[in-house]
Ligand binder design. Structure first.
Ligand SMILES: Nc1ncnc2c1ncn2[C@@H]1O[C@H](COP(=O)(O)OP(=O)(O)OP(=O)(O)O)[C@@H](O)[C@H]1O
Length: 451
């Protein structure tokens, strides 16, 4: 089991697959440098080799500042389309950028960061880094052509070929569970079990016996012996979902499994060897949890041998169409529904939504659209009329006929909504729509709309 800082070529160092700076070729972004300019470590410097870096006193940070006023994980820097962002990891003494205490801030070349008793200067370097990205635009059920997603695919592919423990991070609905399953299926363990344990689903004692098993009579209610997930997954993979919620009393036990590959059932004195690959996922930032005392630092490093951050949907909106198509296919949508729900007009509007629930939210949204046969605003904005669904384009229909059908469809939708809004008052409706009242009357008759 590895517990040393990853090699610079190690995929774990390439953590976050984020957008590049300044419109250069895909995956290329400017390097940045930190230099201590005041305090005990003047002259200490670090230059980024990926698109993010961590700063803190713990030896596993990218830039280690061994100084008592620096927290174990003090802050993180991350390159994105808007520049390089610094994020305070809930450090004790905080992050002050150019005189202002911040939780998060975009840095400019020459910015001065006060971190505890040290002053650190941020600069861009003239050189750039190339983020490693996969040639593929799919990994298992996950799809995406964006740099962010293909960088995640690259790490997933590398991880699948190894037996290393993987930590998947990312907001809810970004595909962590799917990535874990696909990783298992792409690994040499694919013919062995893949077991999922949700660390939030059970109270501590039950979770312990779910993971490690128990002997008969180990506690009240333990009427028979039970084999735990680690034993049951023999030769396969165990997926620990929401590992950030693992109760404090179970963290040393999981650490023991990770270190020694041994488990002991509750109520037993016997340690048993287990051969299981571990993949864990969390929607929380575990470094932040370590600083605030909610998670053990040693367990974090045992889990994050390879750390992969699944990008949020709003960070890769160029993937929206493709992801939506994949989701619609999995929902059994017809060709016509796909055209109607993903017209350029609707897509443009969908790209304006922030998708806080990521692909899961998109999936729920598309499912609703299929049920109600319309594409309302994902934000619930009622001004977005159902007519925004656009019309399916069928090239087997001649242009003039297709246009006539589209026009009829449009008139019908427009007039229905108009009459509904004005509760059947034709004069009012005609005035509102700036139409001649007689023309409106004729159109309503033609479309059979109740007046
Ligand atoms: N890149 C993608 N391409 C296609 N489908 C995706 C993609 N990412 C996520 N999905 C789909 O989105 C849904 C949510 O994915 P998943 O359950 O894996 O997310 P999660 O990150 O594990 O969420 P949570 O943290 O809430 O458990 C699933 O239906 C999944 O198939």
């Amino acid at each position: 089991m590895q517990d040393k800082p990853p090699h610079p070529e190690d995929p774990a160092r390439q953590t976050l697959p984020h957008a590049q700076l300044g419109g250069q070729e895909p995956g290329r972004f400017r390097r940045f440098r930190l230099t201590v300019v005041e305090g005990t470590m003047v002259g200490a410097t670090w230059e980024s080799s990926a698109d993010r870096g961590s700063v803190g006193s713990h030896p596993r940070n990218d830039f280690v500042l061994d100084e008592p006023t620096i927290s174990r994980f003090h802050c993180e820097l991350q390159a994105g389309p808007e520049g390089v962002t610094v994020r305070d990891m809930s450090s004790l003494n905080g992050v002050i950028v150019d005189g202002v205490r911040v939780k998060e801030a975009i840095l400019r070349g020459g910015s001065l960061l006060h971190l505890g008793a040290l002053v650190v200067r941020f600069d861009f370097s003239p050189e750039s880094n190339q983020l490693r990205i996969s040639e593929q635009t799919r990994f298992g059920t996950l799809v995406g052509t964006s740099v962010a997603m293909r960088a995640a695919f690259y790490l997933l592919e590398k991880a699948a070929a190894s037996d290393a423990t993987v930590l998947l991070e990312g907001e809810t609905g970004t595909g962590k569970s799917q990535a874990a399953q696909a990783l298992h299926e792409a690994s040499p363990r694919k013919d062995r079990p893949f077991l999922v344990v949700d660390c939030t689903a059970l109270p501590s004692q039950l979770l312990e016996s779910e993971l490690f098993g128990h002997e008969r009579g180990a506690f009240t209610g333990a009427v028979s012996r039970r084999v735990g997930a680690f034993e049951e997954a023999a030769g396969g993979t165990i997926f620990l979902d929401e590992v950030g919620e693992l109760p404090a009393e179970l963290q040393p036990k999981l650490l023991h499994v990770l270190q020694d590959r041994q488990v002991r059932r509750v109520g037993s004195n016997v340690w048993q060897k287990v051969n299981v690959r571990i993949i864990a996922a969390t929607h929380r930032n575990l470094r932040w949890l370590v600083n605030t005392g909610g998670f053990r630092a040693d367990l974090f490093y045992r889990l994050a041998v390879v750390r992969i951050v699944m990008p949020g949907l709003r960070q890769r909106l160029e993937d929206l169409r493709e992801v939506a198509l994949a989701v619609l296919a999995s929902l059994g949508a017809s060709e016509e529904q796909r055209h109607a729900l993903l017209s350029p007009e609707v897509l443009t509007r969908l790209q304006q939504w922030a998708w806080p629930g990521n692909v899961r939210e998109l999936r729920n949204y598309l499912e609703r659209c299929m049920v109600f046969e319309e594409a309302p605003s994902p934000s619930g904005d009622t001004n977005w009329s159902p007519s925004a669904t656009g019309f399916p384009v069928d090239l087997s229909v001649p242009f003039t006929e297709a246009r006539r059908q589209a026009l009829m469809d449009f008139e019908h939708r427009y007039l229905s909504l108009l009459m509904e809004t004005h509760q059947g008052h034709q004069t009012q409706a005609a005035t509102a729509a700036r139409m001649d009242r007689v023309y409106l009357y004729r159109l309503l008759r033609r479309h059979g709309i109740k007046r």
